[in-house]
Design a protein around this ligand. Structure first.
Ligand SMILES: [Zn+2]
Length: 83
């Protein structure tokens, strides 16, 4: 699940950057018909936001015992498993 989220995050970020590049080129070309691009970038922002929230909350919880970890260590202080 964590891997899928980082994949979505990476893809959304790449699409977002490309989308803004396309939008920039269109505006530079005096073509203001960017409704599709605007919608794509909006979807990307939502995806990035969801991934960001998931990352913050996913990191503070141990994936093995489910306890909240306040430290940022590589191993869980409760069950000793690698996070
Ligand atoms: Zn644990």
């Amino acid at each position: 699940m964590k891997k899928a989220m980082s994949w979505i995050f990476g893809i959304a970020l790449a699409v977002f950057v490309i989308d803004w590049g396309v939008m920039g080129l269109k505006i530079f070309d005096n073509d203001y018909n960017i409704t599709v691009e605007a919608h794509i970038s909006l979807v990307c922002i939502v995806l990035l936001f969801i991934c960001g929230v998931y990352k913050i909350f996913g990191r503070s919880r141990c994936g093995h015992c489910g306890k909240v970890r306040w430290s940022d260590g590589e191993y869980c202080p409760y069950c000793g498993n690698k996070a």
